[in-house]
Write a protein that binds this ligand. Structure first.
Ligand SMILES: NC(=O)c1ccc[n+]([C@@H]2O[C@H](COP(=O)([O-])OP(=O)(O)OC[C@H]3O[C@@H](n4cnc5c(N)ncnc54)[C@H](O)[C@@H]3O)[C@@H](O)[C@H]2O)c1
Length: 342
């Protein structure tokens, strides 16, 4: 039995709760939140588009309510701390949990800065606990299927990649912390980092990055367009941001053009991945009926059960995503191409 504490009972805390509550071999022992009602399991206040199918009082089922991360990380009956707190709290919470020997599944982004990520990596290296950042896109069935097919080599080498993740400003976060870039990193770190992560997992880090971007409602970079140059004409193009107008639907899009076929998934088109080859119509490729959050949680629980490092998502690899996003910000600020080996 893996005994779990969930730190943060907002959008992602509730999403993780719903997934964990249905998994065998785990028990949710404690909930932590600075809001008393939330840590007591009263989740009647609607958040964003989350389904309101929560237990009337999650805390009433013998789950302890906690008000501080220190209390959670020092509890003897907790094996795994799931960190779903605002991003500026990720690094201190993860380091504290690892120093107490806990396993840690921490929401993306790993931390606000690459330096903080390195602190988490160092704590993970020293701890008997396992650490993984919840890079859900690495586990999202459509992205997994595209990567699997590309890596099989059946379509030949990659010629170009387009990744897009765009939205209107999210208004649901507690005290609107997402709209303060000092707490969230802005859309560059909070939203776009998903595609930064997938791009380097698929292709490795680029030689150089050229990016343009604009400041938005968070006060940080809330819209970015980046070109990652791999040499020999191989380019990855990324657009991310939440600067679109109210009502603009959230969209994720991935397009990988290989030598003999193009693989594409657009969230608004439905679950199937499309494969364009020489036929007039694309072929629809069915994927597992799941989502990246459920898949990432299942994977990490299995790593904890087996005492194995999460090789699909090691801490250093998540830290690289923040470093690459910072290089994009550097390119935006200096108005020039930046080398990635610098
Ligand atoms: N993987 C994904 O697709 C995805 C989606 C959304 C959010 N996230 C990430 O999940 C994390 C949480 O975001 P969210 O959308 O759930 O935000 P949220 O505002 O809905 O939830 C955060 C919760 O933390 C609580 N909290 C704030 N400060 C606290 C403190 N000092 N101590 C204890 N509790 C505190 C708040 O009361 C709130 O309940 C962020 O890092 C965000 O980037 C990931």
């Amino acid at each position: 039995m893996i005994r779990i504490g969930i730190a943060g009972c907002g959008f992602m805390g509730r999403t993780c709760y719903a997934i964990l509550a249905e998994r065998p071999g785990v028990r949710i022992v404690a909930l932590l939140d600075s809001e008393p009602a939330r840590r007591l399991g009263d989740w009647s206040q609607q958040i964003g588009n989350l389904p309101s199918r929560w237990p009337e009082n999650a805390g009433g089922k013998g789950i302890r309510a906690m008000a501080s991360i220190d209390e959670m990380v020092s509890a003897d009956d907790i094996d795994l701390v799931v960190i779903t707190l605002p991003t500026y709290l990720h690094a201190p919470a993860a380091v504290a949990a690892l120093e107490h020997g806990k396993h840690v599944l921490c929401e993306k982004p790993m931390a606000l800065t690459a330096d903080d990520c390195l602190r988490v990596c160092a704590a993970a290296a020293e701890s008997p606990g396992l650490y993984m950042t919840g890079q859900c896109i690495r586990f999202w069935p459509q992205y997994v299927e595209i990567k699997r097919r590309v890596e099989s080599g059946e379509y030949g080498p990659i010629r170009s990649v387009v990744l897009r993740r765009i939205a209107s400003p999210p208004g649901y976060s507690q005290d609107n912390w997402l709209m303060d870039h000092r707490l969230s990193g802005g859309a560059l770190i909070d939203l776009h980092v998903h595609d930064v992560d997938f791009a380097h997992v698929l292709m490795g880090p680029p030689r150089a990055i050229t990016a343009s971007g604009t400041t938005g409602p968070s006060g940080g970079v809330d819209h970015v367009c980046a070109l990652w140059d791999y040499g020999d004409g191989l380019i990855v193009s990324l657009e991310g941001g939440w600067s679109y107008h109210a009502g603009f639907p959230f969209e994720m899009f991935v397009n990988v053009r290989c030598e003999r076929a193009t693989l594409q998934w657009r969230m608004s088109d439905g679950p199937a991945v499309k494969m364009f080859a020489d036929a007039a119509e694309p072929q629809e490729l069915a994927v597992k009926d799941s989502n990246g959050w459920a898949e990432e949680i299942a994977y990490f629980l299995e790593c904890v059960r087996r005492g194995r490092q999460p090789e699909l998502c090691m801490p250093e690899s998540s830290a690289l995503s923040i470093r690459l996003a910072e290089l994009e910000r550097e390119s935006i600020q200096c108005g020039r191409r930046v080398n990635c080996d610098a």
